[in-house]
Design a protein around this ligand. Structure first.
Ligand SMILES: Cc1ncc(COP(=O)(O)O)c(C=O)c1O
Length: 453
């Protein structure tokens, strides 16, 4: 039997306390050295005290009655929760006998964070990695990938040119040694987020308001994160799941296909692993609002505190926790709470995929483009961004007609990449997604059987 660098089961990513004591000890010590492979056992939403990492935003900031909860992804090894799907996809490939140390090269089609995760996990598990991504993403992303020893293959354009990444990926598939960790297509991404993220979100919500989740809001890139909504809905069927898109690239909303500046989301397609059955609404957020929103929360905290009458220093605890797509998610969550008329006991859950460390260059570009911000201009922007929102930017996609439209988009993209009509058709039933989800027990058991510490 082949031996692999060991890593956690899905169950252990959700409950790291179930790891054998000796492994937990190694994982704790590994936090001091990010290249220590025992860090694979730190892939979890929990902090060392086993609490789910999340924050409750002040109501003075959000301007809504509901509790706005944000799961914080930046403390995952490599700096974003995208390392979870990268690990899960590689781990399942090893179990299936498709990936072997010494024989396989990992290919990571990405817009950055997944690629960083692929480079990182590959390094810990002893595989070479090539990350295919657009050439106009933040400089910090490329630096991280190189830091982890990943090789870069850049395609033209930016976030909304991911189709070019997928097309380049096709070239790599011709060589048997290349194994594509295909986040947009493969179901470990769905399994990780439905089980690990979904249950972590449910546990975090228990500490707030009525303990339920009234709405789950997330901007899809691969749409992996949105799978958490499936788990939340299976517990609270009334929960409203809302997918956010850049207004500049409103693909789910109305087949829009523009360029935008919210890195990680808005990839001009319905991804294969997006279970559109459980998406209730699509909402549009202006990309510039997310950039200026980040500038406000990260660099102008004193101004925001004055504007919303919070004591000085109240926002300090949020420093470094959010990136541009986090602002998109937060603004979407605020607008959804307002639209649904949620009250003080209701919880709205959303996600901060990565933190500010990936965006200083992006805010520097913003300033270079617009010139230095005047204080009054920023104050006016705060009002528009955090209190604004247009009803026309929200679309109800619960009807059969809307589902058929979204399935149509999905088929358009994925039949072109060789998926059969029968497979695509099977995805139109919730049973498909539940079957995929229920594979977790068997995968975990197989991993434990073959694992040597
Ligand atoms: C910064 C950022 N936000 C959001 C997302 C979207 O997450 P998902 O791919 O799970 O839909 C990504 C994905 O790469 C990302 O990098």
């Amino acid at each position: 039997m082949k031996t692999f660098v060991p890593g956690p089961t899905y169950e252990e990513m959700l409950y790291p306390e179930k790891l054998p004591d000796v492994v937990r000890g190694k994982a704790a010590a590994a936090r001091a050295d990010e290249f220590d492979p025992a860090n694979l056992f730190n892939i979890s939403w929990r902090d060392p005290d086993q609490r789910i990492r999340h924050v409750l935003l002040p109501k003075e900031l959000t301007g809504v009655e509901a509790n706005l909860l944000v799961l914080v992804g930046r403390f995952f090894p490599s700096g974003s929760h995208k390392v979870g799907p990268a690990y899960a996809t590689l781990m399942e490939g090893e179990l299936a006998g498709e990936i072997e140390p010494g024989a396989s090269t990992m290919i990571g089609p990405s817009t950055g964070n997944f690629g960083i995760g692929v480079a990182y996990v590959s390094r810990l598990k002893g595989y070479p990695a090539i990350v295919i991504m657009p050439e106009q993403m933040s400089a910090e992303r490329y630096e991280r990938i190189r830091h982890y020893g990943g090789q870069l293959d850049l395609t033209p354009g930016s976030e909304s040119d991911v189709i070019l990444v997928l097309e380049r990926t096709r070239e790599y598939r011709k060589d048997q040694r290349n194994k594509v960790l295909a986040q947009f297509e493969l179901l470990p991404n769905y399994r990780f987020h439905r089980y690990v993220t979904g249950r972590s979100a449910l546990e975090a919500a228990q500490q707030h308001g009525n303990g339920r989740v009234a709405a789950f809001v997330a901007a899809p890139g691969s749409a992996g994160t949105l799978a958490a909504g499936d788990e939340i809905k299976s517990r609270f069927p009334d929960c409203t799941v809302c997918a956010l898109e850049p207004r500049e690239c409103s693909t789910l909303f109305n087949h829009g296909r523009g360029t935008h500046r919210i890195e990680g989301i808005g990839d001009k397609m319905v991804t294969l692993i997006h279970n559109v059955l459980t998406t209730d609404y699509v909402a549009l957020i202006h990309d510039e609002d997310c950039l200026i929103g980040l500038e406000l929360l990260e660099c102008r905290q004193a101004l925001v505190e004055r504007l919303v009458h919070l004591p000085e220093g109240s926002l300090e605890c949020f420093r470094d926790l959010f990136g541009v797509s986090s602002l998109c998610n937060i603004l979407g969550a605020i607008r959804m709470a307002r639209f649904l008329g949620l009250g003080a006991q209701d919880n709205v859950m959303t996600i901060a995929t990565d933190g500010f460390d990936r965006y200083p260059s992006v805010l520097a570009d913003l300033e270079a483009r617009r010139g230095p911000f005047a204080e009054q201009e920023l104050a006016d922007s705060f009002e528009d961004i955090f209190r604004g929102g247009d009803a026309a930017d929200l679309l109800d996609v619960r009807s059969q007609k809307e589902k058929a439209r979204l399935f149509g988009y999905k088929e358009e993209v994925w039949a072109g990449f060789g998926y059969s009509r029968a497979y695509l058709e099977s995805m139109k039933s919730q049973a498909f997604w539940d079957r995929e989800y229920n594979k977790i027990r068997g995968i975990d058991a197989a991993l434990v059987r073959g694992r040597r510490f």
